[in-house]
Every structure is written in structure tokens, then in C-alpha cells.
Design a protein around this ligand. Structure first.
Ligand code: BGC
Length: 759
């Protein structure tokens, strides 16, 4: 059973979560795992396999019995029927299928294979269980706003509990791609723009999916994806070319993968993109030299969908056979959906183009993985239709979804303490997301259903609110008479909740946007409603950072509510009416304008930074816009009022092999309880390689009653200060480091500096 209650450990983490990854106990605890034991029988089994059967173990296909959402996400390539797919499985042409539907389907396939196939190698069932299975949790980037990795561990655990009940062994998650460009639609699937958050959430999610033991009937094998640098696509265009330095690759894009593998993730997925001219699927340096030889990863590498076949479109493979050869020799063990390995590997081996020993090595990994999942002991370990029902959408899972939902909400602004609203206020809820069960669960939900989700108006009414509902506009088109109706409703109310933003299909795979704004039809609605002069609470629905304009930007209160999952309406009502205060922080920057993207808080200074104050000529900024965010990374308000004071750096010296404790006092001077996320940032003042203006190194979430103060303490060691040096190796240089304990990447909080003293 997944943890439904907050354990002592998670309570400590929830309300006093201090994370400095390099010094974190989480990292120490996970350093040892991630190895793949190969049971003795595996080599004997490989010895009995034909080349075709070996290629079959390296071939994964979309289930022919998929649901409509699975088929929409990734249409099955060969249009094969279920019986034909079972025949393929029995003939040893498949290692398993992905995005199938339920335990009955898995039962039929596995029974056929275990009864009728020559070698009786169990199938493995994979799926995109990204942020929940049937009970849906907030979209991953939203959940990261909680700054509570243990929450992500718990939701991943709950998703694994439900999904494994339905016959699934392997999830294609967590997605650990850093997203520094909000035009990229897949920002919704990851942990945002920051490396530290990327690491701690990658580890927490991998641990959550896999649980205590991969052989348990409630564990899913995790897949850290997409390896690598998929989020660095030029111009934020999904699938686009990536051309970044090795330093950026090592400092920014690779650390979350390393963290996931250290946490035990036993698989990874080759990304669609190229880096510096080499598509990942054909990148031997990435897939073998780095991943296997340097990092010692022993799990399996799967292509992303038809990534091997796409080597032809990339222009580095002549045909399917060439593509299979390149991908396989680079180190991609398993081919998803293209069937190229099954079609070509046997002949490539017979022709001497691919050594059979390499095929055996990949098959060994796959079989050992199946053994680790417990499938050789019991092929039906996760397949039990009764268990599928018994684990589906339990009240505890829904409660967790509600908790995760409210903790993901970020309050950007709250002029005049407009929020929380009084239940006696007459509220006009206006906008395309004001009611209805659409756009609540978010993208990448293969198995979740809109019909189970709590709509905004339902949640507000259930909380005792007095509301009217007016749609006002479509998502991207205006509605006839919509604005007039909305203005009338606003005039009759004390306060307006404007529920606007992106539909769930506006972010996700292949959903890049050139303008990351509230769509013009909804902006027009906002302007008209604002003209009534009624106070406005904007509830943003979004899968990425947005550039807010006009009446949306100028509203008195703004809440970022992403797509929050099954309990969306209740989670929002919890915060709107003040049963719980907002406690989320932005894991991505909200820029002033779309044209600033890619924008990330940990940018470099340049030789011409604009000094604090007005924009100056010949300094690094756009015409009229500072080189900053409108709402920066880390920002988020509470219903309290938080003051930072009393930075204490001790002696101000960090000895080469020692530690420095840095502390500050945070006080809730307000009249309501608050949960503050104190963030520790550093800047290396002079180094042999230019360093970001700030980097998050630790954070801590603290609950403060009105009037309460608490001292937050962080400990840093030398390895927290490391970067990729001139020799391309991790290095640390002595000297001065500026340090801030602050409520966001752009706020001063309290600051000072310390010296790292050479040995
Ligand atoms: C996506 C992957 C996903 C796979 C299988 C691809 O299009 O990039 O993230 O796991 O499809 O559905």
C-alpha cells in the first residue's frame, strides 16, 4: 500500500525540508543502488535463443488494445489487431507492449505467451504513467512548485500502486529534462528550469515509482527520460536541434539523470533530438561511453518511440537497416514501435555488421530487468483484475491528489489581501475554465478520466462559496455575446474569479508556442471584465511559464493553478477560501515578454549587466524590458507576511574540507499562518569560467504561525560550489562566494559573502 498518511520522515521533510543535494542524506542513501543483478539462468536462456528471438526481446510495440487517449498520443504504427499481436508475442517477436488497457488485456497476452511460446519468457507491460494512473495528480512541473520532493515521491508511489494493479510493470517516467525555454510545451512534464530541483525531484520520483523493491507487486520500473538535453531545443521548438556546450550539458542537463540513476531508476529513454550534430539515438558517446563506462548504469536504454527510424529523417541513416545498426551500436538496447530491430538485427549479425555478443549483452540486460521485476518468478505478479479494481481511485489517493493540488498552487500577487475570499462574498466565476470537467487533469494522461475530475465551480460550491458561472470566452476563440454576459455577471458580483489560460492540449508533446501569452480571446475578456472596476482574482491554468499582459498582469490577485488533476476544484477552493494558505513557489520564471525566452534565473552576468535601477543604454536588456523576470523562479506569496533578517555566516570561512553553516531568521509578521520556502542561493564572484548570477543550492519549507520566528540553517560543503572547469572536469576554486537566503531568485532577502579557503 502506498503511504497515505504523512510519515514522520515526510512530515519532517514537508515542514522543515532542507535540501542541499550534494550534502543531502537523500543522495547518500541512494548512492549505492542502481545495479542490475543477472541471475544465473539468464545466460543459459540466451544460449537457447535464436537470433530472431533475441531481436524480439529488444522490440517493444504499442499495444493493439490501447485506449483512445493512448492511441491519440501515439497512434499504433502498424494498425495490427489484438489477435495478431498476441500471435507475435507467442512467436517471440515482442518483449512487451506499451500503453495497453488493463489487467484483462495483460492477462490474455501473458497467458498466451506462458502457455504457447517456445521459451516462455514473460512479457513486460509498459505505459506512460506520468502524473498518476487513474487518480491524477498535478502536472509534474506544477507539483514541483510545492518544493516538497517527498510529495512527489508519495504521488509517484500512489501512481505505481494503481498502475501496477492494472498489470503495468514499467513507466516511462520521470521526465527529468530541464526546461529553460517556456515556449517548449514539454516544460509541463518536468521539474522546471533549475538543476537542484531537477535532481531532487528526479530522485524522489524514481524512488516513488520503484518503491522498496522492484519485484514487489506495487512497484513500477522508472525510466529517466529523455536522455539527453531534449529540453534545450532551439527556439523551444519540440524535436528541434540542440547545440550546447559540453559544459552546459554537464552542469545543467545531465545532473537530473545522474540523480535518477543514483536513486535506482533502471531504465532510460534516448531523446529524439540531436546534440551538436549527433542524434541521441545514434550517440555512442552519450549512450555508452558516458552512461555505461563513466556512470556505470546497468539498466536498459529504450528508443523514444520511432527514434531509431527517425535517424533517416535526421539524415544520418540511409534506410531502416542502417538506422537499426546505428542505434544499436550506439547503445540503445531496445527499439520502441518502429520494429526495426526485429526486422534487421538478425541479418546485421549474420552479415557481420553487428557482433552477436553485443546483442546478447542487451538481451541479458532486458532479461535481468524482467527478473528484477519478479516476472520470471511469477509472470502474473502484477496481473490481477480484482486487484486492479481494489486499487483504483481509493479515497486516500484522491486525498493525496487534493493535498498535492493545493500545495502546487502559487500565489503571484495579492494586492490589498484580496485573498482569501470570504464565503459570503458574491463571486462571479468567469472564463473558459469556470466550470466543466475539461482541462483539469492535464496532458499526458493515458488512463485518467475527465469524468472523475472536480470542476472549479463544483469545488467552490462544495466549500460553501456563493458563485455565479459565466463562460465568457472559448479558449482560443471568442463566444458570441460572451463578453457582454461576463460583464453583466461581474457587475452583479463583489469580486470576480477569472479562470483563464491554456487548455491542457496547449502544452505537452509537440505543443510549442511562439507567444507564451493568455490567448487573445481570453485577454479581451479580461480587459472587458477589468473595465467594470470589480476586484479580480486571476486563476491561471497553464502548462508552462507565461508572459502576462494588460488586465491579467494588473489583476489584484493572481494564482498559478497549472492543471491540478482529479481534485482540481477542491484544491483551488481550499486556497481561495483560506482553509489552506498558498505555499507553492515558481519552478520556472514568468518573463515580461515571450521574446525573452529562453529565460532562466541562473543566467550569466555578461560583460554589460544593467546595474540596479533604470534601464541604461548599451547594457544587456531588450528595449524597454529588464534582463529579469516579471515573476522570478522561486517566487510565491503566502497569506502571512514574511520578513527575513539576521543572516549569520559564522566566521565567514569555509575550510577546504569543512562545512559552513549559514542561517537566517524568518518571521511571519502577518496575521495568518504561512508556509515559507527559504531559498539559499550562491554566486561565485571570480572563477576561471563565468558563473551564473545566482544558483539555488538549498531550500527549506517552514510553517510559521502569526508572529512566529524561526531560524533556518543550511550547511554547505565545497562540493556544493563545484562547476565544470577549464579542463572540463568538476572543479572548485577558492575565493569569495556571495550568498543569499531569500524568498525568490530575484529578491535580496538577506545576503552576505563567505570565503572558500584553499587547503
Ligand atoms: C514521447 C515519450 C513517450 C513515448 C511513448 C513519445 O512520443 O516522447 O515521452 O514515453 O512517446 O508514449
Amino acid at each position: 500500500m502506498f503511504d497515505t498518511r504523512i510519515s514522520r520522515r515526510s512530515a519532517i521533510q514537508a515542514l522543515g525540508f532542507a535540501v542541499a543535494w550534494s550534502a543531502s542524506p537523500l543522495r547518500a542513501a541512494v548512492d549505492a543502488v542502481g545495479k542490475l543483478p543477472v541471475p544465473g539462468f539468464v545466460d543459459a536462456l540466451i544460449g537457447r535463443m535464436t537470433l530472431e528471438e533475441k531481436a524480439g526481446q529488444l522490440t517493444l510495440m504499442a499495444s493493439a488494445w490501447g485506449g483512445s487517449s493512448a492511441a491519440n498520443l501515439n497512434p499504433p504504427g502498424n494498425g495490427q489487431g489484438f489477435d495478431a499481436q498476441i500471435a507475435d508475442a507467442v512467436a517471440g517477436k515482442l518483449t512487451g507492449v506499451f500503453n495497453g488497457q488493463g489487467a484483462d488485456m495483460a492477462m490474455r497476452m501473458q497467458s498466451a505467451v506462458m502457455k504457447r511460446s517456445r521459451l516462455k519468457i514473460p512479457l513486460m507491460f509498459a505505459a506512460d504513467v506520468i502524473h498518476g494512473f487513474r487518480t491524477i495528480f498535478p502536472i509534474p512541473v506544477g507539483e514541483v512548485a510545492s518544493f516538497e520532493p517527498d510529495l512527489a515521491r508519495r504521488t509517484a508511489r500512489a501512481a505505481a500502486f494503481e498502475a501496477s494493479g492494472a498489470g503495468i510493470d514499467w513507466t516511462f517516467a520521470p521526465m527529468v529534462d530541464i526546461a529553460r525555454d517556456q515556449r517548449w510545451g514539454r516544460a509541463m512534464e518536468g521539474a522546471g528550469e533549475d538543476v537542484l530541483l531537477g535532481e531532487v525531484f528526479a530522485a524522489a520520483r524514481a524512488q516513488g515509482f520503484q518503491g522498496e523493491s522492484l519485484s514487489s507487486n506495487d512497484a513500477l520500473m522508472a525510466c529517466a527520460k529523455h536522455f539527453a538535453a531534449y529540453g534545450a531545443a532551439e527556439a523551444g521548438l519540440d524535436y528541434n536541434t540542440v547545440d550546447i556546450s559540453k559544459r552546459t550539458l554537464f552542469e545543467v542537463y545531465l545532473p537530473p539523470f545522474e540523480a535518477a540513476f543514483r536513486a535506482g531508476a533502471m531504465s532510460t529513454m534516448a531523446s529524439f533530438n540531436e546534440v551538436a550534430g549527433i542524434p541521441s539515438t545514434a550517440n555512442k558517446w552519450l549512450m555508452t561511453d558516458l552512461l555505461r563506462d563513466d556512470w556505470g548504469f546497468e539498466g536498459i536504454v529504450v528508443s523514444d518511440y520511432t527514434g531509431d527510424q527517425e535517424l533517416i529523417a535526421h539524415g544520418i541513416a540511409a534506410d531502416g537497416r542502417d538506422a537499426a545498426r546505428l542505434a544499436f551500436l550506439a547503445g540503445v538496447d531496445m527499439s520502441m514501435e518502429s520494429d526495426l530491430y526485429y526486422l534487421h538485427l538478425p541479418a546485421l549479425v549474420r552479415d557481420g555488421a553487428v557482433p552477436e555478443a553485443l546483442v546478447d549483452r542487451s538481451v541479458r540486460r532486458v532479461l535481468a530487468t524482467k527478473a528484477m521485476l519478479g516476472l520470471f518468478d511469477d509472470p502474473f505478479r502484477r496481473i490481477d483484475p480484482k486487484r486492479e479494481k481494489a486499487r483504483s481511485m481509493l479515497p486516500a489517493a484522491r486525498a493525496l491528489s487534493r493535498e498535492a493540488g493545493r500545495k502546487s498552487i502559487v500565489m503571484l500577487k495579492n494586492e490589498g489581501n484580496l485573498l482569501p475570499l470570504s464565503k459570503s462574498a458574491r463571486v462571479a466565476v468567469i472564463g473558459p475554465f469556470a466550470s466543466g470537467q475539461h482541462d483539469l487533469i492535464g496532458g499526458w494522461c493515458v488512463y485518467g478520466s475527465d469524468a472523475d475530475a472536480v470542476a472549479l465551480d463544483t469545488g467552490l460550491r462544495a466549500a460553501g462559496g456563493s458563485i455565479t458561472v459565466t463562460q465568457g470566452s472559448g479558449v482560443e476563440e471568442s463566444l458570441d455575446g460572451g463578453i457582454e454576459a461576463a460583464v453583466t455577471a461581474a457587475k452583479a458580483a463583489d469580486v470576480v474569479i477569472l479562470s483563464i489560460g491554456e487548455s491542457q492540449t496547449m502544452s505537452g508533446e509537440a505543443q510549442s508556442r511562439a507567444q507564451i501569452v493568455v490567448p487573445p480571446a481570453q485577454q479581451a475578456l479580461a480587459e472587458a471584465v477589468a473595465a467594470t472596476g470589480k476586484p479580480i482574482v486571476v486563476l491561471l491554468k497553464n502548462g508552462r511559464g507565461l508572459a502576462l499582459q494588460g488586465a491579467v498582469r494588473d489583476a489584484a490577485a493572481i494564482l498559478v493553478t497549472w492543471q491540478l488533476g482529479t481534485e482540481s476544484g477542491n484544491a483551488i477552493a481550499d486556497v481561495i477560501y483560506g482553509a489552506h494558505g498558498p505555499s507553492g513557489r515558481l519552478p520556472i520564471s514568468f518573463p515580461f515578454d515571450s521574446g525573452q525566452e529562453p529565460y532562466h534565473y541562473d543566467h550569466k552576468s555578461t560583460g554589460r549587466p544593467n546595474p540596479p535601477g533604470p534601464l541604461q543604454p548599451y547594457k544587456a536588456h531588450y528595449r524597454g524590458i529588464p534582463n529579469a523576470a516579471l515573476y522570478p523562479f522561486g517566487h510565491g506569496l503566502t497569506y502571512g507576511n514574511i520578513a527575513y533578517s539576521a543572516l549569520d555566516l559564522g566566521t565567514g570561512k569555509l575550510a577546504w574540507s569543512g562545512e559552513i553553516t549559514i542561517s537566517a531568521t524568518i518571521t511571519n509578521t502577518g496575521s495568518r499562518p504561512a508556509e515559507e520556502v527559504a531559498q539559499l542561493y550562491i554566486h561565485d564572484v571570480v572563477a576561471s569560467v563565468t558563473r551564473p548570477v545566482r544558483q539555488l543550492k538549498a531550500f527549506r519549507k517552514v510553517a510559521l504561525a502569526p508572529g512566529q520566528s524561526e531560524t533556518v540553517r543550511f550547511t554547505l560543503r565545497r562540493d556544493s560550489l563545484q562547476f565544470i572547469g577549464l579542463d572540463m572536469k568538476p572543479t572548485v576554486e577558492p575565493g569569495e562566494f556571495r550568498v543569499w537566503i531569500a524568498p525568490s531568485a530575484q529578491s535580496d532577502g538577506v545576503s552576505g559573502s563567505f570565503d572558500l579557503v584553499a587547503a
